[in-house]
Design a protein. Structure first.
Length: 456
């Protein structure tokens, strides 16, 4: 625990939805929901306007549509979000060498390590300046929490939302936490929270009064002791600049259960190719190939195969995933498929294709499904599966017309696609409809949210 609030937690406000609103003037101030749009899609992010209707992240998209039928529903643009995230993380790294990203839109910063703050006044000044710089650079807002520990800084940033800054003075942690729900503490999810509730503990002060021995009895030595310390406001976890990914994976949930074995194999190979793409983009290779299959009845199976050395060869991963599929009964249908690579390394063993050929008949053993995915892999959970050969006009994605210029897809169907032509720095634009195969309409790269002259 620190004597000064020099740990900063930044959390961008409704990041995906806010980025969509900033890039689409006609959606500003209106409810926007980003996520998978199929019947099994889930909400990735909802704008604050949509949250007033009860829509929230991880909610089934069908439920969101019932709560907010007039909201704009858009497919995620993850490359666009990553480009904005890189700008934000660049600003954070300008403050300190110790920046710990938690996701595209969230990170801890050790201001003391960057020698930019050593007391409350200087920490607050840095936080306020950061918020101004983020808005000027990206056109988006972020909320900042400042405290003497990571746990309290994260709580502070949540209290600051949206578009605010909250500083919690060291020494006031226990008073702050006491009346709060036990769910506010790291590691207390729905199951642990319910277990504690049954034991008569619903607030943080209840945990302190129960004592460490009782929490250890209920939750085990490691979890019980750690929870008791955090309930008293103690958290000495450092800001860690490098958080190595333990695995990279891609998943697709299908709108309709897959029954055809050939189609299932084709999808596994396609997902394996995407997984290798992310693996290479991260600069890694991996030794263990993991296949995940969720069947029609929601039962989930995993199979894994460990190679003799790390690989980033798509043929090796594809063939290994195919072998793993042979060990899975898909009778009755499949609703989700996933391929992952773990045991990551930063080098590749080149002769693994020969190994894969030699071991083509090997049967992989099942292992418990404790999946750890790289942050980028989350995008596959909400993105709809599509056939790569089709020309798909996804709602929200960018296009350019030879005559009308830049725009975005509002919707498509029965051979037509509707486009609204507007730019981030324009007013709401006109809507026009075209044939889906109109040669003058093409997919396009996203426009920046802030023009170069404005950012300067």
């Amino acid at each position: 625990m620190r004597a000064a609030p020099t740990i900063l937690h930044l959390d961008m406000d409704a990041f995906f939805a806010a980025a969509e609103q900033a890039s689409k003037p006609s959606l500003r101030g209106k409810p926007v929901v980003v996520g998978g749009l199929g019947p099994r899609g889930v909400v990735a992010t909802a704008s604050y306007e949509a949250r007033r209707f009860g829509v929230h992240s991880a909610m089934p998209m069908g439920q969101a549509r019932r709560l907010a039928p007039h909201a704009a529903y858009l497919v995620p643009r993850f490359a666009f979000y990553r480009s904005i995230s890189e700008q934000v993380m660049g600003l954070l790294r300008g403050l300190s060498p110790l920046v710990e990203p938690l996701s595209l839109d969230e990170a801890f910063v050790d201001l003391e390590a960057g020698e930019v703050a050593d007391n409350s006044a200087s920490a607050r000044a840095v936080g306020e300046r950061l918020r101004v710089d983020i808005l000027a650079t990206t056109g988006l807002t972020g909320s900042v929490g400042l405290a003497g520990s990571k746990m309290i800084a994260k709580i502070a940033s949540e209290e600051a939302k949206p578009d605010g800054l909250v500083l919690i003075e060291p020494g006031t942690e226990r008073e702050l936490l006491g009346p709060r729900s036990v769910r506010i503490l790291p590691g207390v999810g729905p199951a642990t929270g319910e277990h504690l509730r049954r034991a008569g503990m619903t607030t943080v002060s209840d945990l302190v009064e129960a004592g460490e021995d009782e929490l250890v009895r209920l939750l085990g030595r490691a979890h019980g002791a750690s929870l008791h310390r955090m309930a008293q406001g103690y958290d000495d976890r450092p800001v860690v600049a490098e958080r190595d990914a333990k695995s990279v994976s891609v998943e697709d949930t299908f709108d309709v259960d897959l029954h055809d074995r050939v189609r299932i194999r084709t999808e596994v190979e396609r997902i394996a190719e995407r997984c290798v793409g992310r693996l290479r983009a991260s600069g890694h290779s991996g030794r263990t190939i993991v296949l995940k299959v969720r069947r029609y009845d929601f039962s989930t199976l995993t199979r894994s195969e460990t190679l003799r050395g790390p690989t980033d060869d798509p043929a090796v991963v594809r063939e290994a995933a195919g072998r793993l599929l042979e060990a899975v009964d898909t009778t009755g249908g499949v609703r989700l498929l996933g391929v992952g690579v773990s045991g990551l390394a930063d080098y590749t063993q080149e002769d693994l294709f020969a190994q894969a050929e030699a071991e083509a008949g090997a049967c992989a053993a099942e292992r418990p499904a404790e999946e750890v995915v790289a942050p980028e892999a989350e995008e596959a959970r909400s993105a709809p599966a599509v056939e790569s050969a089709e020309r798909v006009w996804a709602p929200g994605h960018d296009v350019r017309h030879a005559v009308h210029g830049a725009g975005w897809v509002q919707g498509s169907g029965v051979g037509r696609v509707t486009v609204r032509f507007e730019e981030p720095w324009s007013g709401p634009g006109r809507v026009r409809t075209f044939a889906v195969d109109d040669p003058e309409l093409q997919p396009s790269e996203p426009l920046p949210l802030v023009r170069g002259d404005e950012a300067a």
